[in-house]
Design a binder for this molecule. Structure first.
Ligand code: EPZ
Length: 417
C-alpha cells in the first residue's frame, strides 16, 4: 500500500492543467457499446476507475486500445452481457452498461452495486425507468437480470434527478422505438456531454442540461468520436488548494459555467477568482471568511466538493455550517480532519466548523475519493508533516495529484506504507 506525505505551509503558485472529467469519461466509454463499430474518446484521464471501465469493456468482448490520452473501443463483437460482482463492487459506475446492453443486445446481467462508504446508493430509479421502457427486470442472487425484445419509448418521471439514472436511461432510450421523455432529469455538464456525444452518433436528443429531456429513438447509432470535458471537481479541488494556502494559481481548463455555485461560495469566503487565459485565476486571501453551504444537485453546490470545502472552512475566521443533502453518510472525512486539530461538530446532516484552529500534521486515513482530497488540502495548510494512507481511494479520481501539486511548490511525495 502507498501513502502520500505532505509538509504543509507553502503557498501554491503557478499554473496547473485540469485533466479530462472522470464522471464524463465513464458514461462515454460505455456509450461506445451502442455502436457496432470503432469509437475513439480523447482527453481521458489516467485513473484507476478508467482502467476498471476498460477491463469491463474487454470482458464484454470489446477490443480496447490506448493511444496517448485517447481510448479506442471496437464494439463490433459483444460476446457477454454480464458485469460481475467483482467489477461492480470495484466501481459502481459499471451499472452504466445496463442501458447500452439492453438497447444493443436486449439483455444485460449486472451485479447490484451494493452500498458504499458514502451511502446506500441504490439503483431503483434506473430499474424503474428500464421497466417503463418495456424491459423485464428480475433480481437474482444479487444480480439484475434485464431483458427486452425492443425497448419502447415512454414518459419517465425520476423521483430524484439521479445522474447515473439519467445517463443509463438516455443511452437505453436512444435506440428505443418511439419517443421517451425524462422528467426531473439530472442537469450536470456530464449529462450534456453524453447527450451531445449520442447525438453525434445519430441519436435525436433535446433538452439535455434541463430537467426535461426528449429522446426520439433511432434504428442504429454510428461510432463515437469525442474529447472529454475538463473535470470540474478536479478543477474545484485545485481552486481550493490555492485558497487554503493563500496561493495564486491559474487553473487551466476550469470552465466557469460548470462551477458557478462553487465560485460564488469561494468569492463569499474572500477568494479572488477571475477568468484568465483558458482557465480561472484563483488568489487565496490572507484571511478567509466563514461561509455556509448546502449541497444539492446541479446547478447547486456539488456534493463532490463538500469535503474539500470543509477543509477550507477549518481555516476561516469564524463558524460555518455545511449541510449534505445528497448522500446520507458523506462526513467520513470529519474525524480525520479532527485528528489534524479541526474543530468540527456533526449535527445530523450538517457539520458545524469552528475555524481558525491551527491545523497540525498527523497520520490520517482516506476513506473515500473526495474525503482523501480534503485530507490532502488540509495537509497543504497544516503545520509540519501529514501522512495520508489508503490513497488508492485518491487514485480513483485524481491523475498524478502529488506531481501536479509538487509542480506548484507543495512539499508532497508518495511513499510505500
Ligand atoms: C454520480 O453518482 C457521480 N459518479 C458521483 O461522484 C456524484 O457524487 C453523484 O453523481 C451526485 O452528483 C459518477 O458520475 C460516476 P446519483 P451517481 O444517482 O450517479 C440516490 C465522485 O466522487 N439514488 O445522482 O451514483 C443515491 O442514493 C462520485 O466522483 C437513489 O435513491 O449519483 C444518492 O443519494 C461520488 N436511487 C442520490 O440519489 C437511484 O436509483 C444521488 O445519486 C439512484 C440514485
Amino acid at each position: 500500500m502507498e501513502k502520500i506525505v505532505i509538509q504543509g505551509g507553502v503557498p501554491l503558485t503557478g499554473e496547473v492543467q485540469v485533466s479530462g472529467a472522470k464522471n464524463s469519461s465513464l458514461p462515454l466509454l460505455f456509450a461506445t457499446l451502442l455502436a457496432d463499430g470503432v469509437s475513439e474518446i480523447c482527453n481521458v484521464p489516467n485513473l484507476r476507475d478508467i482502467s476498471t471501465a476498460v477491463k469491463l469493456l474487454r470482458e464484454l468482448g470489446a477490443d480496447v486500445s490506448h493511444h496517448g490520452d485517447c481510448i479506442r473501443v471496437d464494439a463490433r463483437r459483444i460476446q457477454s452481457v454480464e458485469a460481475s460482482y467483482d467489477l461492480v463492487k470495484t466501481m459502481r459506475a459499471s451499472v452504466l452498461v445496463l442501458g447500452p446492453l439492453l438497447a444493443r443486445c436486449g439483455h444485460a446481467r449486472v451485479s447490484l452495486p451494493g452500498g458504499c462508504a458514502i451511502g446506500a446508493r441504490p439503483i431503483n430509479l434506473h430499474l424503474k425507468g428500464f421497466e417503463a421502457l418495456g424491459a423485464r427486470i428480475q433480481l437474482d442472487h444479487g444480480y439484475v437480470e434485464a431483458t427486452a425484445d425492443r425497448l419502447r419509448g415512454a414518459k419517465i418521471y425520476l423521483d430524484m434527478p439521479t445522474v447515473g439514472g439519467t445517463e443509463n436511461l438516455l443511452m437505453a432510450a436512444a435506440l428505443a422505438e418511439g419517443v421517451t421523455v425524462l422528467e426531473n432529469a439530472a442537469r450536470e455538464p456530464e449529462i450534456v456531454q453524453l447527450a451531445e456525444a449520442l447525438n453525434s452518433m445519430g441519436a435525436k436528443i433535446e433538452g439535455a442540461g434541463t430537467a426535461i429531456i426528449r429522446i426520439q429513438g433511432v434504428e442504429r447509432l454510428q461510432p463515437l468520436n469525442c474529447s472529454v470535458i475538463p473535470d470540474r471537481i478536479e478543477a474545484g479541488t485545485f481552486m481550493i488548494a490555492a485558497a487554503i494556502t493563500a496561493g495564486d494559481l491559474l487553473v487551466r481548463g476550469a470552465v466557469e459555467e460548470h462551477q458557478e455555485a462553487l465560485i460564488s461560495k469561494l468569492v463569499d469566503a474572500g477568494v479572488l477568482i477571475r477568468p484568465e487565459a483558458d482557465g480561472l485565476r484563483v488568489v487565496g486571501p490572507e484571511k478567509l471568511q466563514p461561509v455556509d453551504i448546502r449541497t444539492s444537485v446541479f446547478p447547486g453546490f456539488p456534493t463532490d466538493m463538500q469535503a474539500q470545502f470543509m477543509a477550507l472552512m477549518t481555516k476561516a475566521d469564524g463558524t460555518s455550517r455545511i449541510s449534505e443533502t445528497v448522500f446520507e453518510n458523506r462526513f467520513m472525512h470529519v474525524c480525520e480532519l479532527q485528528r489534524m486539530g479541526a474543530d468540527i461538530q456533526i449535527d445530523g446532516h450538517s457539520a458545524i466548523i469552528r475555524g481558525c484552529t491551527p491545523l497540525t500534521g498527523a497520520p490520517v486515513m482516506a476513506t473515500d475519493l473526495r474525503a482523501s482530497a480534503s485530507l490532502i488540502l488540509a495537509a497543504l495548510a497544516a503545520e509540519n508533516t501529514t501522512e495520508v494512507s489508503r490513497i488508492y481511494h485518491l487514485d480513483r479520481g485524481y491523475e498524478k495529484i502529488e506531481k501536479k501539486l509538487a509542480a506548484l511548490g507543495a512539499r508532497i511525495w508518495r511513499e510505500q506504507e
